[in-house]
Design a protein around this ligand. Structure first.
Ligand SMILES: *Cc1c(COP(=O)(O)O)cnc(C)c1O
Length: 383
């Protein structure tokens, strides 16, 4: 099926389906086989070769959504991040990494890269000169994440891709927070798009998976390493992910709408000192966000006034659950300083602007009135 003129919901529902030729069932059958007849081709079908029927089908859906030629599904977001980075880096190479990135990616770089003799520099900020000043002779890769966790800072994708092209670098983006519904980085010239499918692509807080989308040539290069590292996803999880992604655009758009309503409500709340949501005109990067995003995601963060007891606030919430993960259909919340960014240490958190009173809210698909009522009663109890 061609997707040139297809709407996003049709792509989510139909692209990459496995046809049930035997029984004509309405959905993709699940092929659990790890052994297939040798077809006299170079690479026969095998789960760790990422080419079983269900994997192939789901890769097509991801690629269609990210508007790329090809895709790859992996066993976790970190499998996608680590495989993509290592596919382009070898001993003596250097990578420029955006200052604020997902904690697991940060750990992967600082704990593992020295073992392989790969050099790295984190930028001091999000602007062109912050990236440019870190590029060296041996730089091969530029790595960004936008919007970034937890302050929803926006990196200009056109600027990054131009910088990469001018300096002969491969540009990689972690597009997890935006999802392909809100942002397709290929449109701006970014080379490789990475997802933790554990988040929006899965969307129901029940799958751990990762994805990569890019040109066929890039996916071939990444595949060469991926088959050696072995981070393929089980067929059952692949099938579940395909099912989840049928409602991706419906879910994400509902989450965008809810987050906007809540962000605006929080802005008006005297017990909140600051709200970080790229959809707000007051967000320092709103104009870049507007240029490169179709929606502003279901993620936002806000800072409690000093008079609010943060612990009591979190414990008082009834509908919104405390959770490390994000992007599920149910709303979840965490205090980055105590959870996702606890390992960074106080000083580094301060440098990045992550205060003790900061809360990160992942807005779900519940009715926004109910979410606001829940926040309201928690404010009352903790003030
Ligand atoms: C969760 C997350 C990851 C890692 O994904 P896993 O599926 O947990 O391995 C990477 N990047 C971002 C932005 C994330 O939120």
């Amino acid at each position: 099926m061609k997707n040139k003129s297809m709407g996003i919901n049709t792509i989510c529902t139909h692209i990459g389906e496995v046809k049930d030729e035997q029984y004509k069932g309405a959905i993709s059958p699940l092929f659990m086989s790890n052994s297939y007849a040798y077809e006299n081709v170079e690479v026969s079908r095998y789960p760790r070769y990422f080419n079983t029927p269900n994997q192939e089908a789901l890769c097509k859906k991801i690629a269609a959504l990210e508007k790329t030629e090809a895709g790859l599904i992996l066993s976790s977001g970190m499998a996608a991040v680590s495989t993509a980075l290592l596919a382009y880096l070898k001993k003596g190479d250097h990578v420029v990494v955006q200052q604020t990135i997902y904690g697991g990616t940060y750990n992967f770089i600082v704990e593992e890269f020295p073992k392989y003799g790969i050099e790295y520099d984190f930028t001091d900020g999000f602007l062109e000169e912050d990236f440019k000043s870190k590029i060296k002779k041996n730089t091969r890769v530029i790595y960004v994440e936008t919007p970034s966790n937890p302050l929803m800072k926006i990196t200009d994708l056109t600027m990054i891709s131009r910088l990469a092209k001018d300096n002969g670098l491969i540009s990689l983006i972690d597009n997890t927070f935006a999802s392909p519904i809100n942002q397709t980085p290929i449109d701006f010239g970014i080379d490789v798009v990475i997802h933790s499918a554990t988040k929006y692509l899965g969307g129901h807080s029940d799958i751990c998976a990762g994805a990569i989308a890019s040109s066929q040539a890039h996916i071939d290069q990444i595949w060469n390493l991926a088959k050696n590292l072995g981070g393929s996803l089980s067929e059952y999880a692949v099938w579940l992910l395909e099912r989840s992604m049928k409602t991706l655009a419906l879910r994400v758009r509902a989450q965008n709408n809810n987050a906007k309503i809540i962000a605006e409500w929080l802005t008006e709340n005297p017990l909140v000192s600051q709200v970080f949501y790229p959809g707000l005109k007051s967000h320092p990067n709103h104009s870049i966000a507007k240029k490169q995003m179709n929606g502003y995601t279901g993620m936002l963060s806000f800072e409690l006034e000093k008079s609010i007891n943060g612990k009591t606030f979190l414990n008082s919430l009834r509908l919104i659950k405390p959770s490390m993960s994000l992007a599920g259909v149910e709303s979840t919340i965490l205090a980055p300083s105590k959870a996702s960014h606890a390992l960074l240490g106080e000083e580094e958190r301060k440098k990045q602007g992550i205060s003790e009173g900061l809360l990160r809210l992942s807005v779900g698909i519940e009715d926004s009135d109910d979410l606001i009522l829940d926040l309201k009663q928690a404010f009352t109890k903790s003030n």
